[in-house]
Design a protein around this ligand. Structure first.
Ligand code: Q9C
Ligand code: ZN
Length: 348
């Protein structure tokens, strides 16, 4: 099985994020996450590493607005100039919004500082010098995996960072800048019906945003109830799509502490939606933060649970692109990820 991976993710390593209570803490999405997973995959006999290809800007702009991508590409350099003008005491290495538009506000600012708030939904998506290059390479990783499916592979794993499922058409959030899984899904959907199954701990609000009003891609999202967990503002069970997209989005929510049995019962509901739709391709947004020992998550899925999750999704027997999202317990991240991915490697 091909694992698409590039070292370019290391260019994105912001020194901090601002968490609940204003705590300035090391960013959970750090390069070390990839080292854990790569290390575990190298111990298997089935993982064959390949580099992402270059797909140009077109498949990115098929998902994200041009003004947002332009901000990601140029924002940091503009910020260096602004920071210099702001004077001493300003850290020019991190562009992070501190002002956000209130609901219904439409005014678009001109400064990098203003735009960083305009194009973000939280304090967890700082932009550094290498962020755009890393985010673009991450999207290309997902596209390369999608191309492998088009070339006849039964499955592929896009081991990418930064993750993507919180990034919407024109905003960053939750460590995500470009929505890798959505970009791959959009790329695949001209070749057949596509379903996205998102099993990251957090609701994939970006993916929901991107496909919400269209039936082209079925989105099924299983996650912690947003009434208590990030991203707070979407991922509720009664959000089912709008207009032509009505009925093509499903949110399945989980209570704190959900164990393997409860998790798998809800997963089965999601898998039935996918079976009924008979897609030609499946994109699996995979986050290992559902793990019992995850420092951000509050579910209780075990390593054995990951194995069964992988088995049940692979049993759909649909050509599947697995795209890495979250997962922050670096002691178990490699093993848990291998459990899911190898279910596909051995199935085909
Ligand atoms: N106390 C992904 O898993 N806020 N993103 C966390 C922790 C943001 C997670 C606060 C979490 C984003 C891809
Ligand atoms: Zn997550």
């Amino acid at each position: 099985m091909y694992v698409v991976y590039s070292e370019v993710h290391r260019m994105h390593h912001p020194p901090f994020e601002i968490a609940e209570g204003g705590t300035k803490q090391p960013m959970f999405d750090a390069p070390q996450r990839m080292d854990c997973i790569v290390g575990a995959l190298r111990h298997t006999e089935w993982a064959h590493f390949v580099e992402p290809g270059d797909f140009g800007v077109e498949p990115i702009l098929a998902v994200h607005s041009a003004d947002y991508v332009d901000f990601l590409r140029t924002g940091y350099v503009r910020w260096r100039e602004e920071a210099a003008a702001l004077g001493a005491g300003i850290d020019p290495t991190v562009l992070l919004g501190v002002s956000w538009p209130p609901r219904r506000a439409l005014g678009r600012p001109k400064t990098a500082t203003g735009l960083a708030g305009y194009y973000a939904m939280d304090t967890c998506c700082p932009i550094t010098a290498g962020t755009y290059a890393a985010a673009l390479t991450s999207a290309y990783g997902a596209l390369t995996g999608a191309q492998l499916l088009l070339d006849g592979e039964k499955s592929a794993f896009a081991l990418v960072r930064p993750p993507g499922h919180h990034a919407g058409r024109d905003f960053a959030g939750g460590y995500c800048y470009l929505n890798n899984a959505s970009i791959a899904a959009r790329f695949l959907c001209t070749h057949g019906k596509v379903a996205v199954l998102d099993i990251d701990f957090h609701a994939g609000n970006g993916t929901q945003d991107i496909f919400y009003n269209e039936p082209a891609v079925l989105t099924v999202d299983l996650h912690a109830d947003p009434d208590r967990q990030y991203p707070y503002f979407s991922g509720y069970a009664d959000e089912c799509g709008v207009g032509a997209g009505l009925g093509f989005h499903h949110n399945l929510t989980l209570p704190a502490g959900a164990n393997d049995a409860l998790y798998l019962a809800e997963l089965d509901k999601g898998l039935q939606f996918i079976r009924d739709a008979e897609p030609a391709y499946l994109v699996l947004s995979f986050g290992a933060d559902i793990f019992a020992g995850d420092p951000i998550g509050d579910l209780s899925v075990t390593t054995g649970g990951f194995e069964e999750i992988g088995r049940r999704i692979a049993a759909l027997d649909i050509p599947t692109l697995i795209v890495m999202e979250g997962g922050y317990n670096t002691d178990h991240l490699g093993a848990n990820t291998v459990m899911v991915v190898q279910a596909f490697a051995v199935a085909h």
